[in-house]
Design a protein around this ligand. Structure first.
Ligand code: B16
Ligand code: MG
Length: 211
């Protein structure tokens, strides 16, 4: 088997917190009178919180101080975390749970590679707090996707070189990060047709065909 490990993006791959991100950013954008819709929300996939805010504020007619930007990001995150509290193990689909177990039974080492600083909280909510062999997230990196740092960190934590790991992503920024780090990438969801990915899957269970 070519791969000895798999590194999964979190939002949009393991679970769907993308809708909560959208609702929280939409509330902030409406309050500031900035146009924001689901199409624009797609640009925020995989990028950090402050980068996301920067993209939203590009459509603003005025500029904001660093202090105001920090306050906006904190406000968004507080609302986002309130929404995340609704999540429970029922938000992890049977398909994802069974496919993860299949990979584990194959002897693969499994990791999360996410830009989100809320990763530990989300994994806890969906009942995967202790499941992964390694978790690299927004709390342990200085460069967000499309920089490869988070995936390189995850591979290092797994004790594997990039060429032995498959990265699974739903964001173009994430596919770019994986390729830049020397990983094969399986893309799905919003990034499914990204030509830089080696594999293109319609659904999570389709990842079994990448081994
Ligand atoms: P937070 P992923 C990313 O997670 C999200 O896709 C992206 O929309 C979000 O801005 C980023 O996490 C930071 O999240 O505000 O929770 O730190 O897709 O890399 O798992
Ligand atoms: Mg994602």
């Amino acid at each position: 088997m070519k791969y000895q490990g798999i590194i999964f993006d979190l939002d949009g791959v393991i679970c769907s917190t993308d809708e909560y991100h959208y609702q929280a950013w939409k509330t902030l954008a409406d309050q500031l009178g900035i146009p924001f819709d689901r199409e624009r929300n797609n640009l925020l996939r995989g990028v950090s919180r402050m980068e996301s805010l920067k993209i939203i504020l590009e459509k603003s007619e005025r500029t904001y101080s660093e202090q105001e930007k920090q306050a906006f990001a904190e406000q968004k995150n507080a609302l986002y975390r309130t929404l995340l509290r609704q999540m429970s193990p029922a938000d992890l689909s049977d398909e994802v749970r069974e496919t993860l177990q299949f990979f584990r039974d194959c002897g693969l080492r499994l990791a999360v590679g996410s830009s989100s600083k809320n990763t530990p909280f989300i994994l806890e909510r969906i009942g995967l707090g202790d499941f992964f062999d390694a978790v690299a997230d927004g709390n342990c990196i200085t460069h967000s996707k499309p920089h490869p740092e988070v995936f390189l960190k995850a591979a290092e934590m797994l004790g594997l070189p990039p060429e032995r790991c498959l990265v699974v992503e739903d964001a173009h920024a994430g596919v770019e990060a994986a390729v830049a780090g020397g990983f094969d990438c399986a893309s799905m969801g919003d990034a499914k047709d990204d030509a830089r990915a080696k594999w293109h899957v319609n659904r999570f269970s389709g990842l079994r065909g990448c081994l």
